[in-house]
Ligand binder design. Structure first.
Ligand code: COA
Length: 274
């Protein structure tokens, strides 16, 4: 376990959990937290073998977003300081979106601004039914920035995205599930179990396949079909080479013996494989 000032990191084999850890400040992300997030992501990459990264908050909040005083109000009069301070945040947001392991937001409470954004940047998300999301930027006079508008447009239908951007109203975990911002909303007491259930499905997969599946999904969304097919075929050969042809030599050999039905379950990976 690595302890930083504002972030707690636990790595347990193929699963890492990052806790935003300023519960007294509703886990608002101050400059120290942005620096700590880079340290946490570095540590996960250096550990190797992590397939699922869960992000959650200590206490009753996921994150109340950017620390409005430390990130915006105080450095504002020094443009260079303002720029450098917030660049640290903008960089880890982008790192998170492109992270090689599968990222899962476990939204346990308030998720405003940057907290909403982090949920949208993760690959998957689970929320408590009573979690409260909001793009509150309009309520303090700006629009969602630093990727927060992007997260809204890529996770909500247009009318809902614009509604929450323009009104600053909150939405619950239940509504977030309805609009597709989270995969599932559950009663708070089931949040750990539901997250563990998803993590359990991820960690018995081949990590190379997980990483390339994410790349193919992300890159092909902006391609036309012929380009997407060219790209995914090249990636399939890359996957084959990087994984020692595991899909043929292990997965489909097991299918040949009818030891599992791929429509209903996954093949058995060898113990030594990560
Ligand atoms: N930036 C800085 N401080 C914040 C913060 C933020 N984004 N969110 C909460 N805090 C601070 C509060 O100011 C308060 O500090 P204090 O104890 O020094 O007075 C402390 O965290 C606890 O928050 P409080 O408002 O008392 O808790 P609450 O449960 O009544 O309300 C929220 C929680 C999240 C509704 C409320 O704190 C809030 O509106 N925060 C701002 C959310 C926001 O606009 N985020 C977008 C940022 S991009």
């Amino acid at each position: 376990m690595t302890t930083m000032d504002t972030v707690k990191l636990e790595i347990d084999g193929p699963t890492a959990t990052i806790y935003f850890n300023r519960p007294d400040k509703k886990n608002a992300m101050n400059p120290q937290m942005h620096r700590d997030m880079h340290v946490a992501l570095d540590a996960i990459e250096e550990a190797g073998g992590v397939k699922a990264v869960v992000l959650t908050g200590n206490g009753n909040s996921f994150s109340a977003g950017m620390d409005l005083e430390e990130c915006f109000l105080r450095p504002f009069d020094d443009p260079q300081l303002f720029y450098r301070t917030n660049l640290v945040a903008l960089k880890w947001f982008q790192r998170l979106k492109a992270f090689p392991a599968v990222t899962i937001a476990k939204v346990n409470g308030f998720a405003f601004g940057g907290g909403f954004e982090v949920t949208g940047l993760c690959d998957l998300a689970v929320a408590s039914e009573t979690a409260l999301f909001g793009l509150s930027e309009i309520n303090f006079g700006i629009f969602p920035a630093g990727g927060a508008s992007w997260a809204a447009t890529h996770n909500l239908p247009r009318k809902q995205a614009l509604y929450y951007i323009l009104t600053g109203d909150t939405l619950t975990g239940k509504q977030a599930e309805e609009y597709g911002l989270v995969n599932k909303a559950v009663p708070l007491e089931q949040l750990d179990a539901e997250t563990d259930r998803i993590v359990g499905k991820i960690i018995n997969k081949n990590p190379v396949t997980l990483e390339l599946a994410k790349q193919v999904y992300e890159r092909t969304t902006t391609m036309d079909l012929p380009t997407a097919i060219d790209y995914d075929q090249a990636k399939l050969w890359e996957l084959s080479r990087l994984s020692g042809n595991e899909w043929i030599n292990v997965a489909l050999k097991q299918f040949e013996k009818r030891s599992y039905q791929p429509g209903l379950s996954t093949y058995k990976r060898a113990e030594k494989e990560s």
